[in-house]
Design a protein around this ligand. Structure first.
Ligand SMILES: [Fe+2]
Length: 201
């Protein structure tokens, strides 16, 4: 593809986003399936529906550009999805998996936000006002999804993950030392190696 003008770069970045969104449509059901927290599951499924809308908006833009959305693979999104898969392959404790899935999903959202912010601004510079509006709508939805994930993490999932795997440890500790402060427990929990946790499963 020619890369001589800002319009060329604009189309190239849009193709990249199109590939990213298509990959995400395929990946989100697996992430939602592996989430345990009901709010997280729901947020991921709602974002799947939104993501399908993001694909449609991009298709609309490509139609008006009389260009094909295909022909590019977003290796950035491929890598982010691969990292989510690697997390799940570790077979983490449920609560830890939820916290990890939020982390992976937020990496995805920030990656997309960077992309949409850029193409939205290019669209404005290029006088494509309708494109800019469509891209801004998607950007707003990515930002809302990111904020909701932060709320779910800070509201419950991170705290639940912080005490994951504590039960057996607490029993052991109670025999030796009946009263252990939550802080001390948290610290000792974080010191446990992943090897120990893997054995416990
Ligand atoms: Fe999206």
């Amino acid at each position: 593809m020619e890369m001589e003008t800002l319009r060329d770069l604009y189309i190239d970045e849009l193709k990249d986003l199109y590939s990213a969104e298509k990959q995400l449509v395929r990946a989100l059901p697996k992430m939602a399936k592996n989430a345990t927290n009901p709010d997280l599951k729901e947020a991921l499924m709602n974002h799947l529906a939104e993501t399908e809308g993001h694909v449609e908006r991009l298709e609309e833009i490509f139609k008006s550009l009389e260009a094909s959305p295909r022909g590019k693979k977003c290796v950035g999104m491929e890598g982010l999805i691969e990292e989510a898969n690697e997390l799940l392959e570790e077979d983490p404790e449920e609560e830890v998996a939820d916290a990890g899935l939020i982390s992976k999903a937020q990496h995805v959202e920030h990656y997309e936000m960077a992309g949409y912010g850029t193409v939205r601004t290019y669209a404005m510079v290029l006088g494509e006002e309708r494109h800019a509006r469509l891209l801004q709508q998607t950007l707003d939805e990515e930002q809302n999804a990111d904020r909701l994930l932060s709320q779910i993490a800070e509201g419950s999932v991170n705290l639940e993950a912080a005490s994951a795997g504590e039960d057996e440890e607490e029993e052991e500790e109670q025999e030796a030392r009946p009263r252990t402060s939550a802080k001390r427990r948290g610290q000792s929990a974080s010191k446990r190696s992943s090897g120990q946790r893997a054995k416990a499963r």
